[in-house]
Design a protein around this ligand. Sequence first.
Ligand code: SF4
Length: 410
Amino acid sequence: MTLGKGNSATTARKARPGSSKSNRAGVDRILGTKRDRVRYFKSLEDIPELSEDERDELEPVARIYPFRSNDYYLSLIDWDDPNDPIKRIVIPCLDELDNGGTLDPSNEKSNYVAKGVQHKYSPTALFLVSKVCGGICRFCFRKRLFAASRKEASLDISEGLEYIAQHDEIDNVLLSGGDPLILSTKRLERILTGFRRIPHVKTIRIGTKMPAHNPYRIIRDPMLLRVLSEHSNPQRRIYIMTQFNHPRELTPQAARAIALLQDSGVLLANQTPLIRGVNDDPDVISELFNRLSHSGVAPYYLFQCRPTRGNRCFSVPMEEGYGIFEEAKRTMSGLAKRVRYVMSHTTGKVEILGLDEDSIYLKYHQARDPEDVGGFFSAPRAEDALWLDDLELEELGTFDEVQQLAEMES
Ligand code: SF4
């Protein structure tokens, strides 16, 4: 069995003469012939494929934005390819030292209503229950959480439970972090049980990259699958919000984890940012979303990369991103095309709808102010714009207002 090798042009990788043997040995170990545990690494010293010079060069980056991964995920890297997308996801790079952006680009600090709990959109409460992940993605928009001094995430959700019990407009909760599936199954069970005691909470979402970072977390824990099954039922489902960024993460192990989750009665949807050097290619996006939809994982959001500190090198301008997405859609099935290209701005979730010769068109898919939901915007085209704040917005109004205007003008 091989890892990280699909059956298409974008997934086929050539073996590295010097490292394929050690990679294969690592894979065999992970598959259980020699070791039954995935090992986590926090130091670049633990990556023999990096030369000493490379480690010395990248150490200052990892001191600011920590490195973390595991032997399963690292085994997906083709070390022969300097532009390997998996390497780009998890191995530090010097460009991260470019100091543009902020550590809280969506102004999440303004959303807190209780310890570890944000309430931005009326029906949804967001719980940050962990500050650890199966690996640290270099482009993470919550990288601020990984600082030792940061106390935003909280395992104690009692205040949050009290808050949502008093807000019956909240019918869905989202567990995030960090990665909630890094928690022990017992802790997760306590959290899920707490939510299920509140009748108006219908949907529980768990945002996780664990099926990509370490599918063995799922494959080897029947108790996790039982707990999910007990808390997901036809009236009140659990959704697992996966984060596959590239088709090479869809390994046989990931496919097994997806199938087990589906068998447990949860539903799956995927969200990924558009990332320079990882998936800024129509063929890659098309393959990723098609393969996810073939597996029963609904492609849900394609995110504009947030202007987070250290992320400038991963950002794709909106106009280019729109072009990539539209081109990808030509070879995507209708089911794969359910995905929306959006940016999570402090004012709301803004969908990037289209371009014409002069303007870019946008719409509030979700908004901090409920009055704004559905509002249309346009702005003069700006080739290099990376974020809503880079555009000169002109409000067009609601859909009804635009219709009325069009009727009056005709
Ligand atoms: S899994 Fe999510 S929260 Fe964790 S590092 Fe990656 S992007 Fe950030």
